[in-house]
Design a protein around this ligand. Sequence first.
Ligand code: UGA
Length: 448
Amino acid sequence: MEQATITILGAGYVGLTTAVLLAHSGFKVYAVEPDPHRLGVIKNGRSFFYEEGIDILIKNALEKGTFIPTDSYEESIPKSSVIFSCVGTPDNPDGSSNLQYVFSAAEESSKYMQPKAIYVQKSTVPVGTGQEIQSLFKNKGVEAQYVSNPEFLREGTAILDTLYFDRVVAGSDNSSAAKKILAIYKRLEKYRDEIAQLANVHPASISGQYIATNLNSAELIKVTSNAFLALKISFANSIAKLADVVNADIKEVMNAVGADQRIGAAFLNAGRGYGGGCFPKDVSGLISSGLGHGVNLEIMEAVQRVNESMPGYIIEKVKNELGDLNGEKVAVLGLAFKKDTSDVRRSPGVAIANLLDHSGASVVAHDPKANEEALHDLSSTIHITDSLQDAISASRVIIVATDWAEFSQVPVSFYKQNSTATIIVDAVNCLDKAEVKELGITYIGVGR
Ligand code: UGA
């Protein structure tokens, strides 16, 4: 597929990362982004979200002319033999997936698509959506080939995950179309060390698998992967609640449990629960999609319930130690849903800060990158500061709600020297509890 032209619809985390990486792999790539603010930032050679290494790749590809941000389907789609749909799939109030952007992108594309163009779905959609989009194309008289190519990158490590993947999945009723999409990733693989060097991310030595499946399998692989990871986290959090009562340490427990290769150590870190734009909505989307097909995925309902209980569980632990929180000064460190991102969607740190505020505490919040994005989600009475020292200086309680290196890699004595705190709540189990106790500060972890 020499010098193929590709269009990416939607320049969010998935779309923008995919677009710039393919633009560095010998493809000419249009990225269609309708939001004028986001488009303006990208055209100026930057990303509108924080992601390590992405800005240099955007700037460089713009200069080479292989990356063309635009808001126009008409400009990009007719020239493209492959179109990747990476538009947002928010959840509806009832937990089901809202597919309005997925369908409107397909419908708009159908007006301009070349005959035999390959339309690739990267957005996370419930199983069966691809069949509906194929019908849409058929009804419009478009001869497109349709492939589901689910995305597995994580925010914060998006470039690394895309370059050094565990697996690429392409599912289609048309096996030759699926193979053509896998060939795009094989080409990316050839360029990956060069790209990693430019982006200053550390190359990994993973040799990923290329997996071709049928269309519905590919759709189900994506949501099943996220659901299983969410299940591991809620499982760890359930055992953590028991560990709290029986005086075991969940870190010791899960280190040993995860050493069994059949189980694996990843995603067993107990804490304030999962957040972000993916796990919460993918779990509720899977439950709702199951019910739509008459299948009750009750195990996932339990996963969701456990997760939703975790921010409140943390607050209860603080109340058990202090009693009434009214007027207590509390610092919440970490508003992003995890480290190394500015994303605050469904962030447990934000939920904890708001719960404390509602309990009458006087809350100061700080995040290295997400202060601005968190502003709209936080109660107006919460004070946000750009300085870690300011956040902790007058606080009686410090809650570490996101495992940013700024909070977990500083010597614990930093907290002693810069604050009057008597309690540190480690809501992500990232601190050395013995060190905290040695300083005469009460340590509260989750399951420790
Ligand atoms: C997740 C998946 O990991 C990706 O493979 C997938 O492509 C992506 O969703 C998506 O569907 O787009 P992401 O949401 O970026 O990626 O973040 P994760 O690193 O998976 O973390 C999710 C949440 O789980 C975070 O709040 C994190 O703090 C929490 N977590 C993670 C735990 O509480 N414990 C753990 O052991 C691991």
